[in-house]
Design a protein around this ligand. Structure first.
Ligand SMILES: Cc1cc2nc3c(=O)[nH]c(=O)nc-3n(C[C@H](O)[C@H](O)[C@H](O)COP(=O)(O)OP(=O)(O)OC[C@H]3O[C@@H](n4cnc5c(N)ncnc54)[C@H](O)[C@@H]3O)c2cc1C
Length: 500
């Protein structure tokens, strides 16, 4: 007999789990379909650091989701505040104002409440001291807008969400790949799935698709992001191959957002092709604002210190990919060693070190040595030495007169030992996807809702273009997932009532 549910959710990451939980809360019977086997569940969400970018007013908001925040921690921490206006400004600025204003507003205005909602469902949070706060004069000072992360990072987040889903009665099937949408007289009425090569149909009054982007699909990457993208390493799951997007397009959905854009970062040059939850690696290289980024020609090619890492890291992967051979080196001197996080010391890091720049470049595989030495000489000569270095603020310690100046944190590279780290491009997720209304209803080419179809997460287009403010992916997925679950449940239950 064919299975029948009020709501079917396609996907097994943060957006899907929020949708499933919310649909259950609104009284629907819910089936969640995860393509991955159980031990690899959780999509890209499981690979994240678990950071959520939300509107906050400092310690008071943080304490609402971290109830055991101690008085000592509060006294020793400047959380700052992050207003809705700042969040909207950041989304606008980093996306060059292409970001859909209605979608942006929905994420921003629901952000705090949604993190609190997750907390109420058993997700535990901690302050994000690691990467988003620097200790300055004995006090932690947050910068860049993100103050909390899920306990245990992405894995901790996803485990807590699965636990809640089971507790609230969501039915979960693993290793089941959705391949198409079923259409009936009143709209989408279920999904076609494949399990170990066997096809079946599952009926539902409403479907939420939250099956991620197409970053793990080499062919689509090359087709939509452009030539060379087949070379990128996938930072997260191998299961996000664009199925959800294709299924919806086949049913008449409107493509939306920046199909040629993606989130991509500096990533260990010799990392494996895909992420693997069983063999986690620390392949991010986020200390580049304090580095010189050098390509095979021995040249700089980007303003490493244009902004805080949080506002540049997601677009610099593409620039690395575009360099000859699709690689680069992050070069540091010993003055900033203490600012490099453990990722630069982890197993599998391609690192070289030397006491002179000549020795260093001899060890930097595939780099034009004379040009590198000239680049460093010219850089050092152009640094404004009268401005002091401060990693906590955009310190304005810049270079002058170079073809590509460095705007902040421009320390001369002059104090041995010197070190260099080889990086390539790691793709995180794709920006292009489906057009949705703020209610998460998937829209057709005439901006009309496709009845019965809702979407959330990475496969929603229109939110991110060119770049991305760190930690807004989980936030957007949670906000739209929660709305999608509610809307799908309400629609499904009203259909049932009418039929009855
Ligand atoms: C290494 C890394 C670090 C990151 N760090 C952060 C961070 O700290 N903060 C942040 O906000 N964002 C971060 N991101 C981005 C973040 O992962 C995404 O924005 C977010 O997780 C997307 O959630 P999602 O639920 O849409 O997709 P996913 O979590 O990727 O879930 C998609 C799900 O769909 C399933 N699926 C795919 N196809 C099918 C199919 N045909 N049938 C059934 N199921 C299917 C997949 O198996 C997967 O479970 C990071 C990403 C990576 C890779």
């Amino acid at each position: 007999m064919a299975e029948n549910y009020d709501v079917v959710v396609v996907g097994g990451g943060n957006a899907a789990l929020c949708a499933a939980l919310s649909a259950r809360e609104h009284g629907a019977s819910v089936l969640l379909l995860e393509r991955a086997p159980e031990e690899k569940r959780g999509g890209n969400s499981a690979f994240t650091g678990g950071g959520f970018r939300m509107v906050h007013n400092g310690a008071e908001t943080v304490r609402s989701v971290v109830p055991d925040l101690s008085e000592g921690e509060i006294a020793n921490t400047d959380f700052g505040e992050y207003t809705a206006e700042q969040y909207l400004d950041d989304l606008g600025r980093v996306t060059q104002y292409y970001c859909d204003p209605d979608l942006a507003e929905t994420v921003v205005l629901n952000s705090t409440d949604t993190v609190q909602w997750l907390h109420g469902r058993g997700v535990r949070f901690v302050p994000r001291f690691g990467r988003y706060a620097f200790k300055h004069e004995g006090k932690f000072k947050f910068f860049g807008g993100t103050v909390v992360e899920a306990t245990g990072g992405g894995r901790g987040l996803v485990e807590a969400e699965y636990k809640a889903a089971v507790k609230f009665g969501v039915v979960i099937r693993y290793g089941v790949r959705a391949t198409g949408l079923l259409r009936g007289p009143s709209g989408i009425c279920g999904v076609r799935v494949e399990t170990k090569g066997v096809e079946e149909q599952i009926h539902a009054n409403a479907v939420v698709i939250a099956a991620g982007g197409f970053e793990a699909n080499r062919e689509w990457r090359t087709r939509y992001l452009g030539a060379g993208w087949e070379m990128a390493k996938v930072r997260g799951t191998r299961y996000n191959t664009g199925d959800g997007i294709r299924m919806a397009l086949d049913a008449g959905a409107q493509p939306y957002g920046q199909w040629s854009g993606c989130h991509s970062v500096s990533w260990e040059r010799y990392a494996p092709d895909f992420g693997d939850l069983d063999r986690p690696i620390t392949a991010s290289r986020n200390g580049y604002p304090f580095s010189l980024m050098i390509n095979a020609n021995g040249e700089r090619f980007v303003d490493e210190g244009a902004d805080f890492r949080n506002y540049t890291y997601a677009k610099y992967g593409r620039i690395v990919l575009e360099q000859p051979g699709s690689f680069a080196w992050h070069v540091f001197d010993s003055q900033v060693d203490h600012l490099l996080h453990d990722e630069y010391r982890s197993k599998g890091t391609t690192k070289v070190q030397a006491n002179t720049l000549e020795e260093l470049v001899a060890k930097m595989e595939d780099v034009h040595a004379p040009k590198f030495l000239q680049t460093v000489r010219e850089f050092n000569a152009s640094v404004k030495r009268d401005v002091s270095f401060n990693p906590n603020i955009k310190d304005g310690k810049c270079t002058e007169g170079l073809a590509i100046n460095k705007s902040n944190w421009a320390n001369p590279i002059e104090k041995a030992p010197f070190s260099a780290y080889a990086v390539t491009c790691g793709i995180t997720f794709t920006f292009g996807g489906l057009k949705i209304a703020p209610t998460t209803q998937v829209l057709d080419i005439e901006d009309q809702p496709l009845p019965g179809l809702y979407a959330a997460g990475e496969l929603v287009g229109g939110l991110f273009y060119f770049n991305y403010p760190g930690s807004s992916g989980l936030m957007a997925g949670a906000v739209f997932g929660r709305i999608a679950g509610r809307e799908a449940a309400l629609q499904s239950l009203s259909n049932t009532k009418q039929a009855g």
